[in-house]
Write a protein that binds this ligand. Structure first.
Ligand code: ADP
Ligand code: MG
Length: 305
């Protein structure tokens, strides 16, 4: 062969493919925590407890009081594309759960050491089992357990040296984790079932709140998401009505029919796209404007339309 020969194409090993994919789903400790908390919410938990050590690099532990995981499902729990939430593609149209791809837990086992402890209703004891690269490391061991599931990730990114180093140096995941958990907490203060019409509620800051940048906590159908168009639209309203408090704190919870939201446009499910986005944004803009001009107080508002 000469140096002019093109490089040979070969198929990547399954394990390499999986680790690359895992690094995209779990970008940093806070992304693992988001996935775990969403799993706990999907399991109808009423209480979720989060412990982190070393910004999540040494330990992440999320415990909930949800419905638990069946013993017979533990074997495939951390394989890629195993889920209890979706069966056929069409189910995406009416999906109520945060998860549906069956990728989060699997991904965690490719970039960290995962141990699951779980008990289902009516059982005398729970089970504990550890996973590595998608598979169980040993048979599940019977153990004492309180209602629900505890998932522990140790040594996140132990096998991705560059990422671990960068995260260790930046050291700001603790702040990101606090921010994420506050966002979930504000949304679940008083849970009421979401309605099937366009319905929104929230809190917005008034002229007393002065900050360097806007904080927008946005839930659409109980999913913590981002919508840069809506964020910009709100900034514009504040700049026009309260120029001195132009960087507000805004929490909004919007309920839309599930088939008006496309939840599958972003690999981390962070951005969603909405049907009739312009109309919705305009309605929200005018509601916010009205609130700001009506009152100098922080207000709780509700709107149906
Ligand atoms: P997805 O959430 O997309 O289904 P995950 O990899 O996050 O995929 O989880 C796989 C499955 O494991 C879920 O479908 C669910 O059945 C189960 N599971 C994960 N976390 C929990 C939990 N905290 N409580 C009960 N079941 C869970
Ligand atoms: Mg999930």
């Amino acid at each position: 062969t000469t140096t002019k020969d093109p490089p040979k194409i070969h198929k990547l090993d399954e394990s390499v493919i999986n680790r690359i994919a895992a690094g995209e789903v779990i970008q940093r400790p806070v992304s693992a925590i988001k996935e775990l908390v969403e799993n706990s919410l999907d399991a109808h938990s009423t209480s979720i407890n989060v412990v982190v050590k070393d910004g999540g690099l040494k330990l992440i532990q999320v415990s909930d009081d949800g419905h638990g995981i069946r013993f017979e499902d533990l074997e495939i729990l951390c394989e890629r594309h195993t889920t209890s939430k979706l069966s056929k593609f069409e189910d995406l149209q009416s999906i109520q759960s945060m998860g549906f791809r069956g990728e989060a837990l699997a991904s965690m086992t490719y970039v960290g050491h995962v141990t699951v402890t779980t008990i289902t209703d009516g059982q005398l004891h729970g089970f504990r089992v550890s996973y590595r690269d998608g598979v169980m490391e040993n048979e599940p061991k019977p153990c004492a357990a309180v209602k629900g599931t505890q998932i522990m990730i140790e040594n996140l990114f132990y096998n991705m040296t560059a990422r671990r180093k960068t995260l260790q140096n930046s050291g700001d995941d603790y702040a990101k984790i606090l921010d994420l958990l506050s966002r979930f907490a504000i949304h679940h203060i008083n849970d009421d079932p979401s309605s099937s019409v366009f319905n929104m509620k929230g809190f917005i800051s008034n002229s007393n709140y002065v900050a360097k940048k806007i904080t927008m906590v946005l839930f659409i159908n109980d999913r913590l998401v981002e919508c840069s168009a809506l964020k910009r639209a709100i900034e514009i309203v504040y700049a026009a009505t309260l120029p001195r408090a132009a960087k507000p704190f805004v929490y909004m919870s919007i309920a839309l029919p599930p088939d008006h939201v496309d939840v599958n446009i972003h690999p981390t499910k962070r951005e969603v796209s909405l049907l009739n986005q312009e109309v919705i944004i305009q309605k929200i803009q005018s509601k916010v404007e009205q609130q700001l001009t009506d009152s100098n107080e922080t207000k709780i508002f509700e709107e149906q339309g």
